[in-house]
Design a protein around this ligand. Structure first.
Ligand SMILES: Nc1ncnc2c1ncn2[C@@H]1O[C@H](COP(=O)(O)OP(=O)(O)O)[C@@H](O)[C@H]1O
Ligand SMILES: [Mg+2]
Length: 253
């Protein structure tokens, strides 16, 4: 399978601390790939490097054949690499449906695709239909009329994903999408990720600190600890890795 994202020798230093310390891995197009590691391992720093919110100290990031290391976040997003942010509270008074509609309009305008059609009726209808489809895809149809600030934590995270999908990404990045969720919400989120990846032929790279969450759905798992890759492979090989077991037992103690 073709490689969509390739990270080589990536380093990010904060003063004396190398939060990401020479990380290399590749994400195959169309795959679900997990980055796991205990809290403080460097997952969020790695993801911020990929989306342009941090500039690498060293290393390269190739996305769809282009070197994107150090590009501004909006340029990286425009190339098709989207991160779901926890931003549903920026406009807490808007309904869930309105947020999705605004995200779709912003994307359409940015890409000039709909500029001639919107706000004329034809373009308008397209946006409405697309919003309904997106809401259904992430399981928010029933709460679409509600203000974002009043829906459950799990639904707010699903809305984050919908807003990221509105940019029509090739690669969707989810940094700990199940953080703070109940077991029920976690299960729902994992099922949603799997469904989206299948239906949209989307490549998904997500991080997680709980190993059990990733094993069922990830084709490939990269394990990081103290900014370094300590293991990589499918669920079975990562589960059988003694160093991984040690890191997780150690951090749980
Ligand atoms: N902006 C920053 N400045 C200084 N240190 C940071 C910054 N961001 C993260 N760190 C440190 O880098 C390490 C990795 O953090 P992070 O990437 O958030 O890990 P994770 O997401 O795996 O929990 C931690 O020791 C954290 O304190
Ligand atoms: Mg984190």
């Amino acid at each position: 399978m073709a490689v969509l994202l390739e990270v080589t020798g990536l380093v990010k230093r904060f003063g004396g601390l190398a939060a990401v310390d020479g990380v290399s891995f590749a994400v195959a197009e169309g795959s679900i790939h997990a980055v796991i590691g205990p809290n403080g391992a460097g997952k969020s720093t790695l993801f911020r490097l990929l989306t342009g919110f941090h500039t690498p100290t060293a290393g390269t990031i190739r996305f769809a054949g282009r070197d994107i290391a150090g590009l501004a976040p909006h340029r990286i997003a425009r190339l098709g690499l989207a991160q779901s942010f926890q931003i549903t509270t920026i406009f807490p008074k808007l309904s869930v449906r309105e947020q999705v509609i605004f995200a779709l309009i912003a994307q359409s305008t940015a890409s000039w695709r709909m500029l001639s059609g919107f706000p004329r009726l034809g373009g308008h209808r397209d946006v409405m239909a697309e919003a309904e489809a997106l809401l259904a895809e992430v399981g928010l149809t029933e709460v679409a009329e509600r203000r974002a600030e009043t829906i459950s934590h799990g639904d707010q995270r699903a809305l984050d994903v919908a807003l990221a999908l509105a940019t029509r990404p090739r690669l969707l990045l989810l940094d700990e999408p199940t953080a703070g969720m109940s077991p029920f919400e976690t299960e729902r989120t994992v099922t949603m990720i799997q469904r989206l990846a299948g239906a949209r032929r989307l490549t998904v790279l997500f991080s997680e600190h709980d190993m059990d969450v990733v094993f069922g759905i990830s084709e490939r798992i990269t394990v990081i600890h103290r900014g370094r890759v300590i293991a990589e492979g499918d669920a079975a090989s990562v589960q059988a890795d003694p160093e991984v077991a040690e890191v997780y037992l150690g951090s749980a103690a």
